[in-house]
Design a protein around this ligand. Structure first.
Ligand code: MN
Length: 739
């Protein structure tokens, strides 16, 4: 590539000027100077560096700073920190240099960003550990996380120039952690873009198909919306307030998820878009104006009573406020209408930073966020949690939407969606939870696993004789209750183990054996338990009896017991090994794209032609997953170092197991015709067929062997031609009956 330095220099200056222009509204005296200094330092420091795309490196910090202003609404301190976010790690500049020029806040943020850099670049627990560190900085300065999100967003936008395995790893981390984090901080626009980019880089075909269909349907959609809003518009005009009506289709990713979850084609996603009415209401009249507009909308269109959501009276935990209703349009189509004010809209799109702007007036939402930060901090301070457990727990907190319930005295409590009476008991107090035997919900007696709904009033019933057991873990969904129950069970186990220890020592004494480390290890091997605690617990419980111990003493192993290591083999080792192996096969694995042994993952049953990756497992060698496997995000985000490239080469006449779901109207002989197509016409080997009919609807699940995706597509189109068949689709998971 020929680089014209003069042209490049011009472009850098142009981008810097644009940054200043965008920042202008928030700049105070002296701020422009600070930004200029940060820019000069960054430009000088990154002078000889280029990004993978070939662009000058400085484009990256400039873009990150721009995202901070434009899409998050941050101010000068963050702009400066964003410009400097990569210098300490990548260049000769040290934190002390920055300290000499900028104030403490900037230094702390840059330091935080430097420390959480390389998050997930290493082994699994190190990745989680780093993530924990990153969240720890939340309690110091949330801007570190916000700038990190801006950094991630720009990296995702420019992911095209990265090698394939890096694209997969970065995308999966993004969907696993960064998108939920953006969601929890209320950064809806960023969350949506991250999700769409994830889909683009992991399942390009699905992404493209949906994007095209959104484009194709745009004209007719706009026409529909115009008709829909016209009568409402005329009425709102009478209110004499400023307003705006917008309509945006759902994100590509959320359409994709909906199609997948409900197993429906694009055409059947009924809520492709929502109509949003944004009012210019003064703060003190926000609520009443929103309800007035609600009343206008529902005067014209019948609302679905189950779909009214009032997040104005009780905003979501991430600060989201809006009034949602779903109404029936004149053509019989359901349309979601969102009613909110300009202020609410800005918070909905930009999230946390927008809160600051309205801080004085919205103290109650501010306190919700404060509460969340406190909860994160609390979890962080729990020392005995492993980093991986922690990430799980944190994600649990992220994904749950809340339900609002009341104590008998009328106190409002927020619990995760799906929480039970037992969750609620633990929410009140650990002792109440531990002794919970049931509850009265709205005066009615319910069991401890009763799921609570918005507005329920709950009185917990306790008994001094009650004790937690393993089953309880299935009865709760809140991370708090889960970890409390685990603690209680652990405590209980420890007590039993204490008794077990006494039994063991006294029995062994009878055999004149002293229980030292060596004996303990042999005991663990003999009884095949994973830890000392488990061994002692089993003795204490009487699962390992005195007679068993006697047998152990008499047992003489013929060969020394081999130690088992549960370490996953290193990717490099395997890549080395495969170089010497040359078998004919269809899958190429590793950087050198060699042939090696593998197993196909059961969770997504890949077949030749699928986009796949290899994953080095602890005990079963390399497993091949589809890149859109439901387990991929978790695997790639937590164990990025165990992922290896994999690619199908020429397609052989091999057979691969996959699943097809056939839906149609039931008629005599339909099953016969379906299996005929499969076995006779296509010479496909069917491994199982399960079907049921319900009110005249035929629903069949077929497991069969095919050669590749082309073969599968051909089969699907043949099946679709069978009389009575309405829909044929591939499914990923092998359900219980086939496993
Ligand atoms: Mn960066």
């Amino acid at each position: 590539m020929v680089i014209d330095e003069a042209v490049e220099k011009k472009e850098i200056i142009a981008r810097y000027r644009r940054l200043l222009r965008l920042a202008k509204p928030v700049l105070k005296e002296g701020d422009a100077k600070l930004i200029k200094r940060a820019f000069t330092i960054a430009m000088e420091a990154h002078k000889n560096m280029r990004r993978k795309s070939g662009e000058p490196y400085i484009f990256h910090p400039l873009s990150v700073a721009e995202i901070c202003i434009e899409e998050i609404g941050l101010g000068t301190t963050s702009i400066v920190a964003a410009l400097l976010h990569d210098v300490v790690e990548d260049t000769d500049i040290e934190l002390a240099d920055i300290e000499r020029i900028f104030d403490k806040k900037v230094v702390r943020i840059v330091d935080g960003l430097t420390k959480i850099r390389g998050v997930f670049e290493y082994g699994s627990s190190a990745q989680a550990e780093n993530f924990r560190k990153m969240l720890f900085t939340l309690s110091e300065d949330v801007r570190v996380i916000l700038i990190k999100l801006a950094d991630r967003l720009h990296n995702m936008r420019t992911l095209d120039s990265m090698p394939r395995n890096k694209q997969l790893r970065v995308s999966n981390e993004t969907i696993y952690l960064y998108a939920p984090l953006a969601h929890r901080l209320g950064l809806n626009a960023i969350k949506t873009e991250l999700e769409d980019l994830y889909l683009r880089f992991t399942d390009y075909n699905s992404y493209r198909n949906i994007a095209n269909k959104i484009d194709e349907t745009r004209t007719s959609r706009n026409r529909f919306i115009k008709h829909f809003v016209q009568p409402v518009k005329d009425e709102i005009d009478q209110l004499k307030i400023g307003y705006e009506i917008k309509s945006r289709p759902k994100s590509i990713y959320s359409i994709f998820m909906k199609m997948k979850k409900q197993n429906i084609p694009f055409e059947e996603v009924y809520d492709l878009f929502a109509v949003r009415i944004i009012l210019d209401a003064p703060l003190e009249h926000e609520k009443s104006f929103c309800w007035q507009v609600y009343s206008i909308v529902t005067d014209y269109y019948t609302p679905n009573p189950d779909r009214l959501r009032d997040w104005i009276s009780t905003p979501k935990g991430n600060g989201y406020e809006s009034l949602h209703t779903t109404v029936m349009a004149k053509n019989g189509q359901w349309v979601e209408v969102q009613i909110r004010t300009k202020r609410m809209d800005e918070i909905a799109e930009k999230g946390y930073a927008a809160h600051w702007k309205y801080k004085d007036n919205t103290s109650k939402y501010e306190s919700n966020l404060e509460k969340w930060l406190m909860r994160v901090r609390e979890t962080l301070e729990k020392q005995d949690m492993s980093a991986l457990e922690f990430v799980d727990d944190f994600r649990g907190n992220l994904f749950n939407e809340e339900v609002f319930v009341f104590t008998p005295k009328g106190e409002l409590k927020t619990i995760p969606n799906g929480a039970t009476a037992l969750d609620f008991a633990f929410e009140i107090h650990t002792d109440i939870g531990a002794k919970c035997i049931g509850a009265k919900v709205n005066q009615k007696l319910v069991p401890i696993n009763h799921v609570l709904k918005n507005g329920d009033q709950i009185e917990i019933l306790t008994s001094a004789k009650q004790k937690p057991n393993e089953d309880w873990l299935r009865f709760v969904s809140s991370p708090k209750a889960k970890s409390k129950i685990k603690d209680l069970l652990k405590e209980d186990r420890r007590k039993v183990a204490e008794e077990g220890k006494e039994i063991l020592i006294s029995k062994m004494r009878q055999f004149k054996i002293e229980v030292d480390g060596n004996v303990s290890e042999r005991l663990r091997d003999y009884f095949n338990v994973s830890s000392q605690l488990e061994l002692l617990f089993k003795i204490g419980k009487g699962i390992i009896t005195v007679n068993d111990l006697k047998r152990f003493v008499e047992y003489k192993p013929t060969t020394p017991v081999k130690k088992q290591t549960a370490e996953a083999p290193d990717v490099k080792d395997i890549e080395q090994k495969i170089k010497t192996k040359h078998e004919e096969d269809t899958l190429l694995i590793g950087e050198d794209m060699d042939v090696v042994d593998y197993k196909l993952a059961k969770c997504c049953s890949p077949i030749p032609g699928d986009d796949v990756f290899g994953f080095v497992t602890v005990s079963e060698g390399i497993k091949i997953h589809r890149t859109n496997c439901p387990n991929a995000p978790e695997l790639l985000a937590n164990h990025g170092n165990r992922v290896i490239k994999a690619k199908w080469t020429s397609q052989h006449e091999l057979s691969f197991l996959t699943g097809l779901r056939v839906i149609g109207t039931d008629r005599v002989g339909l099953i016969n015709d379906v299996s005929k197509v499969i076995s006779e016409e296509l010479k496909v080997n069917m491994s199982s067929l399960a079907f049921n009919t319900d009110h005249g609807i035929f629903n069949g699940e077929i497991m069969l062997y095919v050669n590749d995706t082309r073969h599968l597509e051909m089969l699907i189109s043949k099946l679709e031609k069978v009389e009575g068949v309405v829909q044929v689709s591939r499914f990923d998971k092998i359900t219980e009956k086939f496993a």
